[in-house]
Design a protein around this ligand. Structure first.
Ligand code: 13P
Ligand code: SF4
Length: 354
């Protein structure tokens, strides 16, 4: 969902892009470097971004590491090469910074699957449950949640919640199901999915593995169970990258968005990294269409014009920040199983003044 104000900015952005010819002849890499200095900007990028964006970023990371970087930066401007919920998280944690997203249409199917009104109604039906919510959601859903998790922090955070505490987990039913299976923890799951990770084909994956006997499979927990069942390693993008740097063989099959392979090939050029296939036998359907909207031209324009800019109404920002702060605390905590104690519910209806 694009708030009305940013939607207007988006239209202006499209108009500027329509004049794309005016960028011809510009050395975009040099111009981006010049503007980054002039603006005292930091460029943050997710592993699913195009290689040229990953290569010029000041920091490339998974959702948790990018949130931490955004919270601690002393830059004046954050240029976020990722999707909107990531840039919004940066703005929630660093409200005094200007946060720009090269293409404001860079959404996420998980966010789309969880409209705040429906989530609020679901919560209201289960007043004895807390809401543990994946970071891939809107600001409004964060404001309705008690604790945010990322794929790299979910297990650690969940293990701190007392076993008797009832939990709603959304919006990703695959990550929620994976946590239920690995930790033996029943949760009420919201039925959202990532269209990118849903597109892997089990049949094609097994054919690929037969062609590369002994090659392990590393998968993101957003994959459905019939893919995760074949994985030798399941983890966040950073986790998968760490696994790629440490596995002993020479070939790895990667069941997540294939742009992450860029970092693997840079770190280990002598090894062979193969993207898991979709139903057509190749992995093009596993490129995230939202992440793919960002490019060099749009990043240059975003730094030049400081638009499109993330703006969040202050009351809503403060509500969303509570669940994100909990994530940052619990993801860094050294407490053990159930040590957290009862979780006081903080998620109310953000449209009410609670
Ligand atoms: P990570 O936190 O593992 O980087 O995941 C983000 C994401 O959107 C995966 O689809
Ligand atoms: Fe959202 Fe899936 Fe794209 Fe990640 S890969 S941003 S979960 S649509």
């Amino acid at each position: 969902m694009i708030p009305a104000a940013t939607g207007a900015i988006c239209l202006r952005m499209d108009a500027r892009n329509g004049m794309g010819g005016s960028l011809a002849g510009l050395d975009l890499r040099a111009e981006i470097d010049r503007l980054r200095k002039e603006r005292n900007a930091v460029i943050l990028a997710h592993y699913y971004q195009k290689p040229e964006l990953q290569d010029l970023a000041d920091f490339v990371g998974d959702s948790l590491d990018l949130s931490r970087k955004a919270a601690e930066t002393d830059a004046d401007v954050i240029a976020f090469c990722g999707v909107r919920f990531m840039a919004e998280t940066a703005k929630i944690l660093s409200p005094d910074k200007v946060v720009v997203l090269p293409d404001m249409n860079a959404g996420c199917s998980l966010e789309d699957s969880c409209p705040p009104e429906q989530f609020a109604a679901f919560r209201a039906q289960h007043p004895d449950h807390i809401a543990l919510t994946y970071i891939n959601c809107s600001v409004e859903v964060k404001a309705l949640s008690d604790i945010i998790v990322t794929s790299s922090s979910a297990e650690k955070i969940l293990s701190q919640i007392p076993p008797e505490q009832k939990i709603i987990f959304g919006p990703d039913r695959n990550l929620g199901g994976y946590l239920t299976r690995t930790l033996g923890r029943e949760m009420l799951l919201w039925p959202g999915v990532c269209i990118v990770h849903e597109a892997f084909s089990e049949t094609e994956l097994l054919k690929l593995r037969a062609q590369h006997p002994g090659a392990p499979i590393a998968a993101h927990p957003e994959c459905p169970p019939h893919i995760l069942d074949h994985a030798d390693y399941v983890g966040s993008t950073r986790g998968i990258l760490d696994f790629a740097k440490s596995f002993p063989g020479d070939t790895l099959i990667v069941a997540t968005e294939p742009h992450i392979i860029h970092q693997m090939e840079k770190a280990l050029p002598e090894k062979n990294f193969i993207g898991a296939p979709g139903a057509d036998g190749n992995c093009n359907c596993n490129i995230c269409p939202y992440m793919a909207l960002n490019n060099m031209e749009k990043l240059y324009l975003a730094l030049r014009d400081l638009e499109p800019r993330i703006e969040i109404e202050e009351g809503m920002r403060l509500k969303a920040k509570r669940s994100l702060d909990r994530m940052l605390e619990m993801a860094s905590a050294t407490v053990g199983q159930g040590d957290l104690g009862p979780v006081p519910a903080v998620g109310g209806d953000p449209r009410k003044g609670d």
